[in-house]
Design a protein around this ligand. Structure first.
Ligand code: PHE
Length: 463
């Protein structure tokens, strides 16, 4: 109990950690593709409006509740009222389920980074002359290597987490995020200067009303909402947990605005890095893992001798983005476990807790890795491949439900003063109080119901 509460050491450090959490696979493969498929500018505008009306208030809410309680997500909700324990459990379990497949995908990124180094120097760890789809299926369906890379990714995550909040998370993200930004700019320059790049820009940005007819307004809105939530790391206990480490002098309102702007800008930049290159090579963008691995590796293969260098740079960038997200996901679990041990007045060692949690999560991750995206004939829970199953539980159900409940809780139960006390501590301002309360009460809950509906539909649970 007596040990000093952990905190971020600087404003910049918190910003990098939070933006590091937000910027991840969601920005790099989700956003550009979904924007292109869902009407370009229409999607972008919906995304921004939803980020302002819903994302903004949910993030302020999460950071405030987290900082007020100063503990992990289970205790945060328990401290508000005993009966809110299900909210705490959703905020805890949802990121744990995400971790099971995020680590596998992170492992894929690592494999691709190394494969491109191999191709640069002609070693046996390269793509071995296989074309892109063949390399992808050979690697993902190889239980041994997919598992090995997953374990390595998990080990790196745990190693950073073991260093603590300021000595691990902050120290790493302070270097990693600026580096990621520089790499992204280099890749964008290459991508935009390829002949035929403009078709990619048209795919992403051209305003088209057609998706409104083919997909429908609500479908696009739900897609934009789901994407916004995942991309901003909301509804999964992340900002609740990081909020607990945010010093009281920091302005929650200002930080939230900075995180949202940075995440959105990087999502658009990711599109500028990816889509022009895909079209310049005469390829069609796919969705999900297909885009990030199959299509993009084909792009690098098509670039000639310089291809592996850009491939290396790009996958390293994606790997870092995945890593700074995965440490935030993992930290939710660590902080809950640390609270638990402290609550029983036992000695706490962050290192020990990290290792044990890492082992448990690795076991679940291996299920996803061995499943090889459903190619290895493993049992399919409810007909889903394991990655989709864990994604359904977290992103599909608990994320929107948790955020919906939190919004209603703040809007209708805790009220304006409760949040104001935390946000305006040490002279900080909450300029948007009135607007925010309207959002908590009406707009965010409605939006979250729509997102929940959209998610269940996307997973084929409802028609
Ligand atoms: N926001 C991250 C991304 O865009 C993913 C993430 C989700 C991180 C949930 C933390 C929690 O990929």
């Amino acid at each position: 109990m007596s040990e000093k509460k952990e905190q971020f050491g600087s404003s910049f450090g918190f910003r990098m950690a939070a933006v590091g959490s937000a910027v991840g696979l969601g920005n790099l493969w989700g956003f550009p593709y979904k924007m292109g498929k869902s009407g370009g500018f229409i999607f972008l505008i919906m995304y921004i409006v939803l980020a302002i009306l819903i994302g903004y208030v949910i993030m302020v809410g999460e950071l405030s509740l987290g900082r007020k309680s100063g503990s992990g997500v289970l205790n945060t909700y328990k401290s508000i009222g005993k009966k809110y324990w299900p909210l705490g459990w959703m905020a805890f379990l949802s990121p744990m389920f995400i971790m099971t497949f995020y680590s596998v995908l992170g492992g894929y990124c690592l494999r691709y980074t190394i494969a491109n180094i191999g191709d640069m120097f002609g070693g046996s760890i390269g793509t071995g002359g296989l074309d892109s789809p063949a390399f992808f299926s050979a690697f993902t369906s190889n239980m041994f290597s997919a598992s090995a890379y997953t374990i390595v990714f998990m080990l790196i995550t745990v190693a950073i987490i073991m260093g603590g909040v300021s000595g691990g998370i902050e120290k790493f993200t302070k270097v990693a995020m600026p580096a990621l930004f520089v790499m992204l700019v280099i890749v964008i320059i290459r991508s935009l200067t390829l002949p035929g790049a403009s078709a990619g820009l048209a795919f992403m940005f051209k305003p088209s009303l057609e998706p409104l007819e083919t997909l429908g307004f609500f479908k696009i809105l739900a897609t934009a909402g789901g994407q916004m939530f995942f991309s901003l790391s909301l509804g999964m206990g992340i900002m609740l947990t990081y909020g607990a480490y945010l010093p009281k002098k920091e302005s929650i309102e200002q930080k939230t605005i900075q995180i949202i702007i940075a995440d959105t800008v990087i999502a658009i930049m990711a599109g500028l890095a990816i889509m022009p290159a895909v079209f310049a090579m005469g390829l069609e963008p796919a969705g999900g893992p297909g885009l990030l691995f199959v299509t993009l590796q084909a792009v690098f293969n098509g670039m000639g001798a310089i291809g592996p260098l850009f491939g290396f740079l790009f996958y390293l960038l994606v790997f870092i983005a995945a890593l700074t997200s995965s440490i935030s996901i993992f930290e939710v679990g660590v902080s809950v476990c640390l609270d638990f041990v402290r609550g029983r007045n036992k000695e706490v060692s962050r290192k020990k807790v990290s290792v044990i949690l890492g082992l448990v999560l690795t076991l679940f991750s291996l299920l996803v890795a061995i499943d090889g995206l459903g190619t290895n004939g493993l049992y399919k829970p409810f007909g889903f491949i394991w990655l989709e199953f864990f994604d359904l539980l977290s992103e599909g159900i608990m994320m929107p439900l948790g955020a919906l409940c939190m919004s209603v809780l703040i809007g209708w139960k805790l009220g304006e003063d409760y949040i104001r006390k935390e946000v305006t501590i040490e002279g900080n301002r909450w300029t948007t109080a009135k607007f925010s309360m309207v959002c908590y009460k009406f707009i965010a809950p409605l939006g979250m119901i729509l997102v929940l509906y959209g998610q269940l539909q996307a997973f084929g649970i409802i028609g």
